[in-house]
Design a protein. Structure first.
Lengths: 486, 339
């Protein structure tokens, strides 16, 4: 029987119905080793495939496991907790089935066990159950798991710390009340202490837990900040592990997005420079939270946007916009640039100088961009153009912009040209005046008014000279001229 | 009688004369009367006119004074108003000046303080540079540590390999493979082999596998489940003779000690427990003195003094100052009994 169950250990799912009915009586065997191995086999089967997990549930094995969890030795407890984890991780319905057979209380009792392996298995089972939705998380919290998980985090074993942190992260991600429960158990102080731990996987989980807590409301974010994570969190942005960087920038993003004061705090701690460097050093989806963080900081106020500009965020963002292949990252970069450039002409100039506007225009016009990317780049272009007075960047737009954007470009020219003589001269010599004459606008529309304002800046002859068809009118005059015969 | 005759003669003349004079006078009487009337009326007119003139003059003076008074009043009002408005204009102008200065100051200091803004941006960029430097240093330090750890691991591995390959060391007779005679210097491995201590092959230690969820394949291996430490050798021919099964023998021989409850605990366990308790109390106590109860806690009965000594008329001097039998003669009078 021993070897039979050992044979079942490799992950072949053949004949699952028979297997369950075979394994079930083995669970009730006298020899403890056989019980443990049977439980382990069940766990590995359920782990492989959710049909098998359903078969485990349907075969009424769970109540038996739960009942015997309370009184067996630590190896059996570990194996049984592994089965519960393997069943619970596939879908909310299976997790609900586990909760319904009263497994949560026994798992919580396992969390109080002395052996760290048992605690790990129980914590990972609870984490997988709580991951699916808010009701299951609430059930886990109601069973009293949170204070014990916080105690588990303080244990010396690294693997146990990892799993407990990941379980807390899964619990607190669903709703602010759950996050508040986790905070009330005193988790933040312990999590914040462990940011300095050198183990990368542990840091991933800790940063993820803190960001799930901080994302819900301003008070929770303030509590996370009060645990003095700045500037230690910035060192995590330089870690070798990509996911540590991603989770660290997610945490900073969740903190900075709530209020201008929190963004100010992040800026004063030098967070913007660290995040900009982090964006420069990674690729793909890892960059995304950093890009969004820059956008959120710049969105709050113009002082913060200027702080982002002087931290050299704009060249980095335009680089992301140009070289990333994925549309959603490009959309995030476009949105962030729009938030930076929309405040005052200084900001718009800072964005326009890096030559991003043509890139944004091409993304807007390209048929391959997703709808989200098109909408975001259009909004960014509009908001930057409405404040942009840097004419060299606006000129290319006269030639290839669609009419709805052309209106704004011409409007900006009409605002700047009446006051600046050098700009007027440049406008004429670069061919802009010619292009403006060629624009067809309906009389009475806003575009026509702008064109009239521009035309009024120049003497009439010059306007006539550049209007289309001037050469024909000249030739007509030549034709109709009667020479004076003396 | 002559006079009478004369008078009578004269009487007609007199009458005539009288009549004549009266009628003559009558002719001029009207004229004179008219003239007198005229003169009088003229004079009266003059008088009245003079009076009227006087009245007019006086009335004019009164009106003039009154008009002057009213005019002066109006004028004062106008002057007052003009003065007030001039004052108000001045005050307004000054207030506008103050407000102008204050508004400019307020905006420049509180709403958009350009110099503070510049300072702030400069401070932010300085912080950024500092943080960038610090992070770079940190990354460098980490890299150095990693490299060091890597090198140490490699060294350890090489040392272990050298110990294992100790037999490849060159002897006097035979040069080893790392000490070829065609080379100028021996290979660095040769030197390493010389330095290494030979490795004694030990019994392979039972590897301690950390029992955790993250390495489940290890968990499934049979070593983790509780098993007897030493297994019997596999292919041994069963000994000839009436011997018991080797596993049973070994089990009995190496049965772990299961002491009885009496032996399991030390003999002076009670004493040791008391010592332990005392030690713990010693650790927890703030000081070692016995706790003395407050001695006057129960002494709360108020003292009720004697009435004699506590009356408000003062203590009686009898009994303390004097006694009756000190001076017996004081109490006896010399008077004889009057009978």
């Amino acid at each position: 029987m021993h070897s039979f169950t050992k044979d079942r250990s490799p992950r072949t799912p053949s004949g699952k119905e028979g297997v369950m009915s075979l394994l079930r009586p083995l669970l009730l065997d006298v020899v403890p080793t056989i019980q443990q191995t049977a439980a382990l086999a069940l766990g590995r089967l359920a782990n492989y495939n959710d049909d098998l997990a359903e078969a485990v549930v349907k075969g009424d094995i769970l109540p038996q496991l739960v009942y015997s969890l309370a009184e067996q030795n630590r190896f059996y407890k570990k194996a049984a907790a592994f089965v519960l984890q393997a069943v619970g991780k596939h879908s909310p319905q299976l997790a609900q089935a586990i909760v319904d057979c009263g497994a949560l209380d026994t798992l919580v009792i396992c969390l109080e066990d002395f052996d760290p392996g048992v605690k790990e298995a129980a914590a990972s089972a609870l984490g997988f159950i709580a991951r699916h939705n808010a009701e299951l998380s609430q059930a886990v919290v109601d069973a009293g798991a949170v204070p014990l998980l916080v105690l588990c985090i303080q244990e010396p074993e690294i693997a146990l710390k990892r799993i407990a942190a990941s379980a807390l992260s899964d619990i607190s991600k669903h709703s602010p009340e759950l996050a508040q429960t986790v905070v009330d158990a005193g988790a933040i102080a312990h999590l914040a202490q462990m940011i300095l731990n050198p183990d990368s996987k542990l840091k991933r989980q800790i940063l993820s837990a803190l960001s799930q807590i901080a994302k819900h409301s301003v008070d929770l974010a303030e509590m996370v900040v009060e645990a003095e994570i700045f500037p230690v969190v910035l060192t995590c942005l330089k870690d070798k592990d990509e996911y540590v960087k991603k989770n660290a920038s997610t945490l900073i993003r969740e903190i900075a997005k709530h209020t201008p004061e929190l963004s100010q705090l992040v800026v004063n701690a030098g967070g913007v420079a660290a995040v900009t460097d982090c964006i420069g050093s990674c690729k793909g989806n890892i960059r995304l939270p950093g890009i969004m963080m820059l956008g959120y900081v710049a969105a709050h106020s113009e002082n913060l946007a200027m702080a982002v500009i002087i931290s050299k965020g704009v060249p980095q963002l335009s680089l992301c916009l140009a070289e990333e292949p994925e549309d959603h990252i490009k959309a995030a970069a476009a949105w962030a640039l729009g938030q930076i450039g929309r405040h005052t002409p200084e900001h718009a100039r800072a964005v326009a100088v890096t030559n991003t506007l043509p890139v944004l225009l091409s993304l807007y016009l390209s048929a391959e961009s997703s709808e989200d990317l098109q909408i975001k780049s259009k909004k960014a272009i509009k908001s930057i153009l409405q404040k942009c007075t840097y004419l060299p960047a606006l000129e290319p737009f006269l030639y290839d912009a669609p009419p709805n954007i052309l209106k704004h470009v011409v409007g900006q020219f009409s605002k700047v040209l009446p006051h600046d003589s050098k700009a007027r001269r440049l406008f004429v010599t670069s061919g802009g005046l010619k292009k403006v004459q060629e624009i067809k606008a309906e009389p009475g529309s806003l575009l026509q008014e702008y064109i009239n304002t521009i035309n009024n800046c120049y003497p009439e002859e010059i306007v006539r000279y550049y209007s289309p068809g001037y050469s024909e009118t000249l030739l007509q005059r030549v034709d109709s001229y009667q020479p004076l015969i003396n | 009688m002559a006079t009478l005759a004369r008078l009578q003669a004269r009487s007609t003349f007199l009458a005539q004369q009288y009549y004549f004079r009266n009628s003559v006078v009558d002719i001029f009487r009207k004229k004179e009367y008219d003239a007198a009337v005229k003169i009088q009326s003229w004079f009266r007119g003059c008088r009245v006119r003079a009076y009227l003139r006087h009245l007019h003059r006086v009335a004019t003076v009164i009106q003039k004074c009154w008009r002057g008074y009213l005019g002066r009043q109006q004028y004062q009002l106008i002057v007052k108003l003009a003065f007030c408005s001039m004052k108000m204009n001045l005050y307004n102008a000054m207030a506008v000046r103050i407000q102008k200065q204050w508004r400019g100051y307020r905006i420049r200091k509180y709403c958009f303080n350009y110099f503070y803004y510049k300072e702030y941006l400069r401070a932010v960029s300085e912080t950024n540079d500092a943080i960038r430097e610090a992070l770079e240093e940190f990354a460098e330090m980490k890299e150095r540590e990693d490299k060091k750890a890597d090198l140490e691991r490699k060294e350890k591995k090489k040392g272990y390999e050298a110990r294992k390959m100790h037999y490849l060391l060159s002897t006097k007779q035979i040069p080893g493979i790392y000490n070829s005679p065609f080379r100028k210097d021996p290979d660095p491995w040769e030197l390493r082999l010389q330095k290494a201590k030979p490795l004694i092959s030990q019994r392979p230690k039972v590897k301690k596998i950390s029992v955790s969820v993250s390495n489940w394949p290890a968990y499934a291996s049979p070593q983790v489940l509780p098993q007897p430490k030493i297994l019997p050798p596999i292919d041994r021919k069963p000994c000839q003779g009436p011997f018991r099964d080797i596993t049973e023998v070994l089990e009995q021989r190496y049965k772990p000690l299961e002491p009885t409850l009496r032996v399991a605990e030390p003999i002076n366990e009670l004493q040791a427990a008391r010592e332990e308790l005392r030690k713990q109390e010693c650790m927890r106590n703030i000081h070692d003195d016995m706790f003395l109860p407050f001695s006057s806690y129960n002494k709360n009965k108020k003292y009720i003094p004697l009435m004699h000594s506590s009356s408000k008329y003062g203590p009686d001097s009898y009994g303390s100052q004097h006694f009756r039998d000190e001076n017996p003669t004081k109490w006896l009078c010399n008077k004889l009994e009057a009978n």
